[in-house]
Design a protein around this ligand. Sequence first.
Ligand SMILES: Cc1cc2nc3c(=O)[nH]c(=O)nc-3n(C[C@H](O)[C@H](O)[C@H](O)COP(=O)(O)OP(=O)(O)OC[C@H]3O[C@@H](n4cnc5c(N)ncnc54)[C@H](O)[C@@H]3O)c2cc1C
Length: 453
Amino acid sequence: MDIVESLRQILPVEQISTQPDELEVVSQDESTLPGVTPLAVVWALNADEISKIVKLCYENATPITTRGAGSALEGSTIPLENGIVLDLSRMNRITNFWPEDLQVKVEPGIIYDNLNDQLKRDGLFFPPSPGGSGDVATVGGMVSTNASGIYSVKYGGTREYVLALEVVTGTGEIIRLGNRAIKRSSGYSLVELIAGSEGTLAVISSITIKLAGLPEDRLQTAYKFKNETDAARAVSEMRRYGLDLAAIEFLDRRLMAALNQLKNYGLEEVPALFLEFHGPRPVLESNSELVESICFELGAEKLELADGQRPWEVRHDATDAVKHYKPGYSIIRNDVAFPISRLPEMVAYCHELSDQHDITMFTFGHVGLGLLHALMLARQDNKTEWNAAHDISNRIIEKTIELGGTISGEHGIGLGHKDLFAKEHGAAVELMRKIKRQFDPKNILNPGKIFDV
Ligand SMILES: Cc1cc2nc3c(=O)[nH]c(=O)nc-3n(C[C@H](O)[C@H](O)[C@H](O)COP(=O)(O)OP(=O)(O)OC[C@H]3O[C@@H](n4cnc5c(N)ncnc54)[C@H](O)[C@@H]3O)c2cc1C
């Protein structure tokens, strides 16, 4: 019996499909990499079902790509043609809530915004908002990519919030990792190892996370700069002075133009910083005054948004704005991260490269974390342009590594940046291969992602 028939024996009919339209949906993620049609898609409803599915795939050596919402940007959710997709979007409940401890236990398929909508009633939230995808991204997907967002400057990324996990390993064994203590010194932290592992070590079936209290008050502001490097300098200065920022986002002038083109926002097409402060009113006012003096010293001015325009709604359209800027062009992206003092140098380097090679580039991101997205547009059928854009992307990554940074600050490696992974990690890649074999001896969990075994 083939694997699809075997899966049909253990799953109700509504939890497995080989329908072309359903396979099409799960064949890709939000990267511009080509999709791959799997043999079938299955929906699990609990850990026992996940375990049964994995055990069957283990016996048949069938690859499994676990899927939340498929909003990943580096191809990490693209399946294999001889494999199945294990879709966990129907496991979307809160299963336990301890408001007095600021903790919640959820199934992996719960959507980020839905979780926060429910927590709001108790004055709590799960802070690492994944920007423009918060309305679709699942908490399981966020843990698996160690997602971060606009508020990670103040509150940290997803990994820092995960206390405990229930996972199913590549043999189908169900294991509980971690506990509800927020400080621990008890053995290896396997919870942190799973966070960011892009579905290559285990399938996450339950997640316990800590939460933060909703801020007492918020203040939003924005500044415009004469050039991109000065905006980057301002960020680096603010971090050096240890200012308490909840969010600080950089948008270059081309991105502002793309946002206008997408939604007629009427934004001034200048390099900008969007900021938010959290806390009691006097504290946020004094912080924002200090920020303003740093910006003014660098020749910046206040940027006024149109009445009623919400900065984060504008910012969340960034990816879409780039996607639609030049019809017929594809995005070549990276999401490097490096020590914050190097931000001005990196921004200048990116713009220098794109000018030299006449490639349309957009730079933006959660820069308070030293995280920068450089997105380029090129036509796949124009080999010179396509190769030039890839070459620029590789040079940005190589420079990041030289500066002590990382290939990926938030989107993961997936298939997109696999080729440069060893440059960052060197001999540690072999150790990672050995670890992968312990969790997944037959290499069935999302094989071919991050590195080759
Ligand atoms: C417009 C837009 C804006 C974005 N902005 C941001 C941003 O600001 N910050 C950011 O970090 N990301 C951002 N992303 C990327 C993406 O939304 C995040 O990586 C998100 O965390 C992925 O969640 P998902 O549920 O879609 O995961 P998926 O794409 O379904 O999966 C991502 C990876 O996790 C694995 N996985 C998923 N669920 C599980 C599980 N339960 N067990 C084991 N492995 C699992 C998958 O196999 C895959 O490797 C953005 C994407 C878009 C389209």
